[in-house]
Design a protein around this ligand. Structure first.
Ligand code: F6R
Length: 369
């Protein structure tokens, strides 16, 4: 039940620190990541895979895109992320060196289920990242790594998304350990970053009121753009998806590096643009690039709302609003930066008097094609 919350979504957004902590629980023992559910696959199988194909839809696919950066960096395995419905109709190249990882909150998404079945018929092993015990997709897979976000009632996915990224990061660290691609110290540093996330999400949630005020000021906005790079890119896509589905506002997410290749033509005076800014410490190469993107769009009149690390002063002269997230390793920023975007979409929906939990035309689980 909703408890004291105005909506299931508000409750589920607030539950995100627990969703992450519960997904980690039992999978980090004495600082070492180990996912017992993968034992049935065997470490030899994990050592012999040559590539990973992630299949998912919607928000779950964005969790997959975030995890690509981490898994490739940590385990040095190529990862491709595909929308399930695109994957299954194009005779994808799959063999017994391919590990298919599906991501689904409900575990019932028809296109994702069919993608998994197809891949297994081609000889691939399939792992399901799922939030619903005993659902069809985990049953049709070789192993299931459950997210423990708890039941998600609001149609728009929030706590399941952060739990999916958490489970995929644990999987990436498990692979890195088994394959010996990270030193013990490197592994320990990443594990510590992950364990610190629940508390940091709590810090981000404390700014909810300010983000809500921003949404209320912007309630007559007709279009919002979202920019990000690296792991911030799928977060930009997710911010745009949340705003479309909850507030029925035209929204698009772009990789910031694409601006000059087209999207900058959309910038006109007053256009709101959210920018996910990478850490100046952790992403020293990317940070100045994103700051210069901000300058470019600001010079054309954009209204910039930056989501930036605490203490990052470089954004201050150019951003109209700055929403702060705590310091975290570069790969961990998505788990923090997504939270204000969820709250923004939720509050804007409420400001327009819409039903945040049950947006029009959408269903919680898409069991038809
Ligand atoms: C967006 C949203 C959807 C789902 C997608 C996949 O807020 O909830 O995009 O993420 O329909 O659903 P699952 O994860 O159940 O396969």
């Amino acid at each position: 039940e909703k408890g004291g919350w105005s909506s299931f979504m508000a409750k589920e957004v607030a539950e995100q620190p627990d969703a992450v902590a519960n997904t980690i629980r039992g999978r980090i023992v004495d600082g070492v990541v180990s996912i017992p559910e993968l034992d049935q696959l065997g470490d030899d199988a994990l050592r012999s895979i040559r590539r990973i194909t992630v299949v998912a839809c919607g928000t779950a696919a964005y969790a997959g895109m975030v995890s690509k950066y981490a898994i490739e960096q940590w385990a040095r395995i190529p990862v491709e992320v595909e929308l399930s419905h695109e994957f299954r109709y194009r005779e994808p190249v799959i063999d017994d060196g391919t590990l298919v990882v599906s991501i689904s909150q409900s575990g019932e998404t028809m296109d994702t289920l069919m993608a998994v079945k197809y891949a297994r018929e081609q000889g691939a092993k399939a792992i399901s990242v799922c939030n619903t015990q005993g659902a069809t997709i985990p049953r049709e897979s070789d192993a299931a790594v459950y997210t423990h976000a708890g039941p998600e009632v609001a149609v728009a996915s929030t706590k399941a998304f952060v739990a999916q990224i958490t489970a995929l990061y644990l999987f990436g660290l498990h692979l890195a350990r088994v394959r010996g691609t990270l030193s013990e110290d490197e592994l320990a540093a990443q594990v510590a970053e992950l364990q610190a996330i629940p508390e940091k999400i709590t810090t981000v949630l404390e700014q909810g009121e300010r983000v809500g005020e921003l949404a209320h000021w912007m309630s007559d906005t007709r279009s919002v753009l979202f920019l990000g790079r690296h792991v911030g890119y799928p977060i930009a896509l997710e911010g745009a998806l949340k705003l479309k589905e909850l507030a029925y506002i035209h929204a698009e997410g772009f990789a910031a590096g694409e601006l000059k290749h087209g999207p900058i033509a959309l910038i006109e005076p007053g256009q709101p643009v959210f920018v996910v800014v990478p850490s100046p410490r952790g992403s020293a190469a990317l940070h100045p690039k994103v700051v210069s993107n901000i300058q470019e769009i600001r010079a054309r009149g954009a209204r910039v709302i930056a989501i930036a690390e605490a203490g990052d002063a470089a954004v201050l002269p150019f951003a109209d609003e700055v929403i702060r997230i705590p310091l975290a390793g570069p790969l961990f920023e998505p788990l923090l930066a997504v939270v204000p975007l969820q709250i923004f979409a939720m509050e804007l929906s409420q400001a327009k008097g819409l039903d945040v939990d049950q947006p029009r035309n959408l269903a919680k689980s898409v069991t038809v094609e």
